[in-house]
Design a protein around this ligand. Structure first.
Ligand SMILES: [Zn+2]
Length: 399
């Protein structure tokens, strides 16, 4: 995704100043992804899982590019309806979906979707029940229901550009997040013991891992329908992720579209003991006023908030002015940059583009800005980088 500025800053700045990609999804384009990630000029990538079905692919990438990939595990709101928090939701999957207020659709209109959600597992013979390792590299194991633009859970595959397949991407609060992740928005609902247990296990196994990505999205629509992942359930899932991250002392990367007020209320209610040590609002699309609202959250919670930006939304020129305003509004020490790309091939370019945009927005020389965001990256990801260094040390000793 290219920026509208003429020349991009040199990729060597990324390496020289240690500017990592704070949020991306290269696991969505899995062919030889480890090598392509290792070859990047961007020195480090926080690779976001989006659902139980792709955590295995994230883990694989972290193994294939050790020291370069910070694995992150969470449930993106586009897939909220596939991750239950109670056993009753398993038996009544319609409760995980919201109908549009205009009454123009309802879960009952989508029997195939409901059947898939309630686990018509008979045809999904290759579908593992653990979810781990099934994402990314495995071939599609289940034919998609009729009219579905995307395959069953666990079959992400390389994706198109942002705003794909009817999920997310609408509204003025842009998040080009996980472009290809609409693949997999249909499938069976996972029991809480299954996915939450797996999430905990992965975080335990990867002490440098973040919890992410997860959050709130009022614009998300289940592909092929006008149904949305239940917002009440999105809120409950978000709280569950925050609680786990707070308990384990992990930073988080959060997605938020048209829900910033709810998110602020939730963080205020949870307070310092219920909030994670660091909170990244990825592809921040809220208002300039809300920036202050977040950084002034009481009890020191405001000091934990970072704002990350990508140039993906520059694909829409009408959004560029808003991006530049937001880039200029965040406190300098809380600014992170991300590509938000779903293929390693576009990470370096995405990082160079947002670097240029951020320098322009803040009226800084590119090198000065690069130095500052390199520092911010190391500050936000300090615990991850430390854990990865220790792991590398241990592996060296074992050799
Ligand atoms: Zn994302």
């Amino acid at each position: 995704m290219s920026t509208t500025t003429a020349a991009l800053p040199d990729a060597s700045l990324l390496t020289r100043f240690g500017i990592g990609d704070a949020h991306c999804h290269p696991q969505d384009d899995p062919h030889d992804a480890g090598r392509r990630v290792r070859d990047l000029r961007t020195p480090c990538l926080a690779v976001m899982g989006t659902r139980a079905g792709d955590w295995g692919a994230v883990e694989e990438l972290a193994k294939a590019a050790p020291g370069k990939v910070i694995p992150c595990f969470g449930v993106h709101p586009w897939f909220a309806h596939l991750h239950a928090l109670s056993d009753t939701q398993l038996s009544d999957p319609a409760a995980l979906l919201d109908s549009p207020p205009n009454g123009k659709d309802a879960p009952v209109n989508h029997p195939q979707l409901l059947a898939a959600m309630s686990g018509s597992r008979s045809r999904s013979s290759g579908s593992s029940s653990s979810g781990s390792g099934s994402g990314g590299t495995s071939p599609r194991v289940q034919p998609p229901p009729a009219g579905t633009p995307a395959g069953g859970d666990g079959a992400p595959g390389p994706g198109p550009g942002p705003g794909g397949a009817g999920v997310g991407g609408s509204g003025d609060e842009g998040c080009g997040c996980g472009p290809s992740t609409s693949a997999g928005a249909r499938g069976r609902v996972r029991a809480p013991g299954e996915w939450l247990g797996e999430l905990r296990r992965l975080l335990g196994e990867h002490p440098g891992a973040l919890v992410g990505e997860f959050g709130l999205d009022r614009a998300a629509v289940v592909p092929g329908t006008r149904l949305k992942p239940s917002f009440a359930h999105q809120l409950a899932l978000t709280e569950a992720h925050l609680a786990l991250a707070a308990e384990l002392g992990r930073p988080v990367s959060m997605h938020c579209v048209q829900s910033y007020g709810h998110l602020q209320d939730l963080l205020r209610r949870l307070g310092p003991s219920g909030c994670p040590p660091k909170i990244m609002l990825h592809s921040y699309g809220g208002s300039v006023d809300l920036v202050k609202g977040f950084t002034r959250l009481p009890g020191g919670v405001g000091d934990r908030i970072y704002f990350s930006f990508s140039s993906v939304i520059n694909a829409r020129p009408d959004r560029r002015a808003g991006l530049l305003q937001r880039l200029a509004a965040v406190p300098p020490e809380r600014l992170l940059l991300e590509s938000d790309q779903s293929s390693a091939d576009r990470v370096d370019e995405g990082m160079r583009a947002i670097l240029a945009d951020a320098a322009e927005a803040r009226g800084m020389a590119v090198e000065a800005l690069a130095a500052a965001v390199g520092d911010n990256f190391r500050a936000f990801f300090a615990s991850s980088l430390e854990a990865m260094a220790k792991q590398a040390q241990r592996q060296q000793q074992q050799v």
